[in-house]
Every structure is written in structure tokens, then in C-alpha cells.
Design a protein around this ligand. Structure first.
Ligand SMILES: Nc1ncnc2c1ncn2[C@@H]1O[C@H](COP(=O)(O)OP(=O)(O)OP(=O)(O)O)[C@@H](O)[C@H]1O
Length: 237
């Protein structure tokens, strides 16, 4: 479904993503890990269209994404969340989903929105003001709900579990596993916690200073001494 070929992103003299080749299949959950500043969010931004790669290719369902504008990428099925939840100000939870869905699909499907609210346990909060009346877990659930409302084929999740306490993290992880089955989406998830990745992901890709240094099953990858060395600087590994 998603294929990156020799993808590089440079900011002036800094190569944030360096000739990365990586794929995510439609039925896969793939973890993207690596220390702070390794290039994970930049890679997400390149796929969703927020930054322009300096070289390489991004193919989604065999279509060249570099010739596809941002809103078309969403309509083709690329959904994402942001590291810092970004609810739209002044809008309720339901209105946030309506705006996200209209952007991502070009239409509003009220039944789908109800289904997503229910799935993410936000039905009771649907008419609440999203920016001021939600707890952190609910804000994170809203990020996932906004992406889900756009009928994604691929969901890119940027540290959605960060900051949650152990039980909240477990519940959220359960929701992600269920989501993968129920909505038949592939998932690419940025996460620092090795236990979480091992529990959730079929495969894990490791970035270090913009380079892909490992790609395999969690068992294989987390046994690799080079990977564990790169992790020493990671925030909550
Ligand atoms: N818009 C930008 N302009 C200049 N440099 C940038 C920009 N965005 C990211 N960078 C730099 O690119 C590198 C990769 O950053 P990125 O945010 O992708 O890393 P990350 O792996 O997501 O880190 P974290 O785990 O802290 O979120 C960093 O050195 C960062 O400072």
C-alpha cells in the first residue's frame, strides 16, 4: 500500500530523512521508532504532504504521491494524527469530526461519525468544546477519531500513546488493535516504548539520524545491538 523508495528530506544543511526505503502493507501494523530527532515526524510529514522531499519516491497504492496534492492524499486514504493533539478551536467534538471528514472525503457522513464517536468512546462528549473540555486521553482519542472519520486505508499515528498512564495506555492500545481489525486499516505508528511496539506491531522500522538502521519483527529488531545503542538517547525507552 505505502512504499517509500530512497526517500530523503533536507532542511538546509540537515538531512532529516536519509535515503529511506520502507513499505507498509494494507494489513500490517508497523512501528516507526528511533531517538528524538531521528526523522520520524518528518517522514510522516513527507507522506502526508506537509514537507517536500528532496529526493526519492513515495508511492501509495502504486500512485506517485509527490505529484498528488495534500487534500488528494487524504482522499486516497492516508490519515494521520499529530504528536500534539490539534482540535479545532471553538468547535465541539462532533464538529471537529465533521470538518476533518469533509476535508478528508469531500462529504459528510453522519452515520460514520456516530460510529467513530462510539468506537472511540467519545459519544458522551460529542457536544463538548473540544479544545477546553477534554482530558488528555480523550484528546488523543479525538485525534484518532478525526483520522478514522476520513475512511483511511493507512493510519499514521504520531506518538498517540505518549503521556498516558499505564492503564490508559493499555486501553488505548486495545482500541488500536481493534481498530486495525474492525476498520481494516494498515497502521504506521511512531512510538518510543519497546513493550508497546512489541505488543502492537507486526514489524518495526528503526530510524537513527535520518537513516533506516533496522526493519524486521519486534523480536529481531530489539535484539539488534546497534538498535539498542541508538535507543540509549531515546526519551522513554
Ligand atoms: N521544519 C523544519 N526545519 C528545520 N529542521 C527541522 C524541521 N523539522 C524537523 N527538523 C529537524 O529535523 C530533524 C528530525 O526531526 P523530527 O521531528 O522528524 O524527528 P523525530 O524523530 O520525529 O523526533 P521526536 O521523537 O523528538 O519527535 C531534527 O533535527 C529536527 O530539528
Amino acid at each position: 500500500m505505502l512504499r517509500l523508495e530512497d526517500l530523503s528530506v533536507r532542511f538546509g544543511g540537515l538531512t532529516a530523512v536519509n535515503t529511506v526505503s520502507l513499505s507498509v502493507g494494507s494489513h500490517e501494523v508497523v512501528g516507526l521508532v528511533g531517538p528524538n530527532g531521528a526523522g520520524k515526524t518528518t517522514l510522516f510529514n513527507a507522506v502526508s504532504g506537509l514537507v517536500k522531499p528532496s529526493s526519492g519516491r513515495i508511492l501509495f497504492d502504486s500512485v506517485d504521491m509527490l505529484r498528488t496534492p495534500l487534500h488528494r492524499r487524504a482522499r486516497m486514504g492516508i490519515g494521520r494524527t499529530f504528536q500534539v493533539p490539534q482540535p479545532m478551536h471553538e468547535l465541539t467534538v462532533r464538529e471537529n469530526l465533521i470538518v476533518a471528514q469533509r476535508f478528508g472525503t469531500g462529504a459528510v457522513d453522519a452515520r460514520k461519525i456516530d460510529e467513530v464517536l462510539d468506537f472511540t468512546n467519545l459519544t458522551d462528549k460529542a457536544e463538548r468544546h473540544a479544545a477546553t473540555e477534554l482530558a488528555l486521553t480523550e484528546l488523543k482519542a479525538l485525534e484518532v477519531a478525526k483520522a478514522l472519520a476520513t475512511n483511511p486505508k493507512l493510519l499514521m499515528l504520531d506518538e498517540v500513546l505518549a503521556g498516558l498512564e499505564t492503564n490508559g495506555k493499555r486501553r488505548f492500545m486495545g482500541m488500536l488493535k481493534e481498530l486495525h481489525e474492525k476498520f481494516a486499516v494498515g497502521i504506521l505508528i511512531i512510538e518510543h516504548d519497546i513493550e508497546t511496539i512489541s505488543n502492537l506491531c507486526h514489524r518495526v522500522a528503526v530510524l537513527n539520524f535520518g537513516e533506516l538502521i533496522a526493519d524486521g519483527t519486534p523480536d529481531e529488531v530489539f535484539r539488534d545491538p546497534e538498535v539498542m545503542k541508538s535507543y540509549t538517547g531515546a526519551s522513554d525507552a
